[in-house]
Design a protein around this ligand. Structure first.
Ligand code: HEC
Length: 205
């Protein structure tokens, strides 16, 4: 095979520039390591809720259930190692998602996205402002979720289905606590649930 002169010249220029390039680099001061990683919070909080958090929570919640119907009581819980691994994946995903919620600069929703029930839910920009006003309070809500799910992971490692079930309620409280504060703080909770067949006293507003 013949080597073309053009290729040879090209190669020489390449090696030359490589050599000088390396020479330059050794004289330049080493770039300072960035103090903080540059997070890229591209997904919105709404995206995280729908794509990560809701599904992962369901994996944990649905792993231990009791259903009572006319045929009797049906209890579900993880049995095989494979079952437990599956629940663990959900729990670890949920636990780490709490950190994703704490990443600064993440918007609640994409520009232009609106609340589906205005007046009850805040608009995304209102939620953004609430979060920015007191990041510490927001982070504490996210950490509350992290901390309860950390206990869930421990219960899973101990294969303690009952504990996983109990903690499921705590997870729900962590979700609700944050939602009440940021998503629908104006929600009015009816004094009498509609499914309660009782007459409200005449003084009820
Ligand atoms: C640190 C605060 C925080 C925690 C903790 C949290 N959420 Fe949310 N969640 C929000 C906010 C804020 C919104 C409103 C965003 C939106 O949908 O506009 C939201 C919205 C949602 C939505 C509705 C998404 C939509 O718009 O359709 C779902 C579903 C949801 N969360 C599930 C959960 C579950 C399940 C948990 C607990 C396992 C949880 N969230 C924990 C802050 C939180």
């Amino acid at each position: 095979m013949r080597t073309s002169p053009a290729l040879l010249i090209g190669f020489s220029i390449f090696t030359l520039s490589l050599a000088t390039g390396i020479g330059c680099q050794s004289q330049a001061p080493a770039p300072a390591a960035p103090a903080q990683p540059q997070y890229m919070p591209t997904a919105t909080i709404k995206d995280l809720m729908l794509s990560v958090i809701d599904g992962a929570a369901d994996v944990v919640w649905l792993s231990v259930t009791t259903v009572v119907d006319e045929k009797g009581m049906l209890e579900t819980k993880p049995i095989t190692d494979e079952d437990w691994v599956k629940v663990r994946h959900g729990a670890v995903t949920l636990m780490e998602a709490a950190n994703l919620l704490m990443i600064p600069g993440r918007r609640v929703a994409r520009p232009g996205e609106k609340s589906e029930t205005p007046g009850v839910e805040l608009e995304p920009e209102e939620m953004d402002a609430l979060i920015e006003k007191d990041r510490g309070a927001w982070n504490a809500r996210a950490k509350a979720l992290h901390d309860v799910v950390e206990q869930v992971v421990e219960a899973i490692d101990a294969k303690d289905a009952e504990k996983v079930f109990e903690l499921g309620e705590q997870i729900e409280l962590a979700c609700e606590g944050c939602h009440k504060q940021y998503w629908y703080p104006n929600e009015v909770i009816p004094e009498f649930p509609s499914d309660t067949p009782s007459n409200p006293p005449s003084s009820a507003k």
